[in-house]
Design a protein around this ligand. Structure first.
Ligand SMILES: O=C(O)C1=C[C@@H](OP(=O)(O)O)[C@@H](O)[C@H](O)C1
Ligand SMILES: C=C(OP(=O)(O)O)C(=O)O
Length: 447
């Protein structure tokens, strides 16, 4: 596996743009793409995946399962076939498993491997190496797992051999689908029942997709349970477009009068649609059309007509339903009339970057009126003037700053954009086709 970090310094250059038009098809959902490999990799029988996200994060998960001996074939774009032979056929990886920038890859794989008693060392890039892992290591230890962290509870994670895990009932202190999933995946191979209670709704792809692989998952309100000892059966699944990638375009089109954009095949899982609800509260015109169900997940085409947004206090119950969309929503707030207040979003501080800090610094550098708070921000909308915004290597902040060119009178330079490829390969050309005046350069001395 390639452990070299990608050369820093892919830079986005943006001239002011006025609207987004045409049709956009965003790539496959990242959360589901990771899970399609993990579940297909441990299942008995063949799993065929369509719409797989060929981004760096999900490809690292795919490589991890190849390193454990799973035969995986890649066909046309987004087509992956896994020839699963069950848990017993998996081999411990020979060397460290490098998971790049991906918190999802590392946290879910740790739960899965600890449950299956497969020793491994999991590593990541500089960003992932600074992210908190005790949130999964503590509950996994309660189940009997032996997982070592680096100093401060961060990666690398070393999963050591242990006796069979025992099921636990765990009340999650933070709203996190990754923590919930790590525990449930460990519970698949633990004795007895494993139950996770959550403080708020988080994405439920683990629960839905496991059912697609024949697992009995019990869900009641904010609690999910699995019984240990269940085998997964290979299946066929279609990964819908990622609403988190669509979010940049939803924001860009919603905040610019004259925009008329169609987003096709977007995943509409109700635990993910907070961004649409929040934008609608801000006055956005988003029509949900052609609703259908693909691979057990609701999917729709979204028609966005641009207009003027208004500031709101974002309801806290929508925060976990839109957690990855706040960088883009901060840009919508910078475009809105009046003040937008975000509270209850402290989880943003432990993503690929501290997204509250990076968005506040970057938007301020572009001329926005934004005050960061411990758990969110206050943003008063106004035209931006332009300047240099540092994404700090975070894919979502980079794409959000690019969308800011729609509300800006001067040019914008966005630094450190390499990691856009973790979730949205092709973003620059898709955004340029839709109306951004975006060019890219690669320069090792940018930073
Ligand atoms: O389970 C998942 O696929 C994810 C869960 C979320 O993380 P948290 O569980 O840390 O909130 C989200 O931010 C991440 O992009 C993907
Ligand atoms: C937080 C994210 O991903 P992860 O936690 O998997 O790195 C994200 O994609 O915004």
């Amino acid at each position: 596996m390639n452990q070299a970090s990608s050369p820093s310094g892919r830079t986005f250059h943006l001239e002011p743009a006025t609207k987004l038009t045409g049709t956009v098809k965003v790539p496959g959902d990242k959360s589901m793409s990771h899970r399609s490999i993990m579940f297909g990799g441990i299942a008995h029988g063949t799993t065929q995946v369509q719409g797989f996200l060929e981004g760096e994060d999900s490809l690292h998960t795919l490589e991890a399962f190849q390193a454990m001996g799973v035969r995986i074939e890649r066909g046309g774009v987004g087509e992956v076939t896994l020839y699963g032979q069950g848990v017993a056929a998996l081999k411990a990886p020979q060397g460290p498993v490098y998971l790049g920038n991906s918190g999802t890859g590392m946290r879910l794989l740790t739960g899965l491997l600890a449950g299956m008693n497969i020793p491994a060392t999991l590593t990541g890039d500089a960003s992932l190496s600074g992210r908190p892992m005790r949130r999964i290591v503590d509950p996994l230890s309660q189940m009997g797992a032996k997982v070592l962290t680096g100093d401060g509870g961060t990666p690398p994670l070393v999963i050591q051999s242990a006796a069979q895990l025992k099921g636990i009932e765990y009340t999650c202190p933070m709203a996190s689908a990754q923590v919930k999933s790590a525990i449930l995946l460990a519970g698949l191979h633990a004795s007895g029942t494993t139950t996770v209670h959550e403080p708020a709704i988080t994405r439920d792809h683990t629960e839905r997709m496991l059912r697609g692989f024949g697992v009995d998952v019990q869900v009641s309100g904010l609690s999910a349970s699995v019984q240990g000892g269940q085998q997964l059966k290979g299946t066929s699944l279609v990964v819908p477009g990622d609403i988190s990638s669509a979010a940049f375009f939803l924001v860009g089109a919603s905040m610019t009068p004259g925009s008329d954009l169609l987003l096709t095949g977007v995943g509409m899982n109700p635990s993910r649609t907070g961004v649409i609800a929040i934008l609608k509260l801000m006055g956005a015109n988003i029509q949900v059309t052609n609703e259908r169900v693909t691979g057990g997940e609701p999917v729709a085409d979204l028609v966005v007509l641009g207009g003027k947004l208004k500031g709101i206090h974002v309801p806290e119950e929508l925060v976990s339903l839109a957690i990855d969309e706040f960088p883009a929503l901060f840009v919508a707030a910078a475009a809105a009339d009046g003040e937008t207040i975000v509270t209850g979003a402290e989880e943003l501080r432990v993503k690929e970057t501290d997204r509250i800090q990076v968005m506040a610094d970057g938007l301020r550098a572009l001329g926005a009126d934004i005050t960061d708070t411990p758990d969110g921000a206050r943003i008063v909308g106004k035209r931006l003037v332009g300047g240099v915004a540092d994404s700090c290597g975070d894919h979502r902040t980079a794409m959000s700053f690019a969308m800011a060119s729609l509300i800006c009178d001067g040019s914008i330079t966005v630094l450190d954009c390499d990691n856009v490829n973790t979730s949205f390969p092709g973003f620059a050309s898709i955004a340029a086709n839709a109306g951004l005046h975006l060019t890219e350069s690669v320069n090792d001395t940018d930073k």
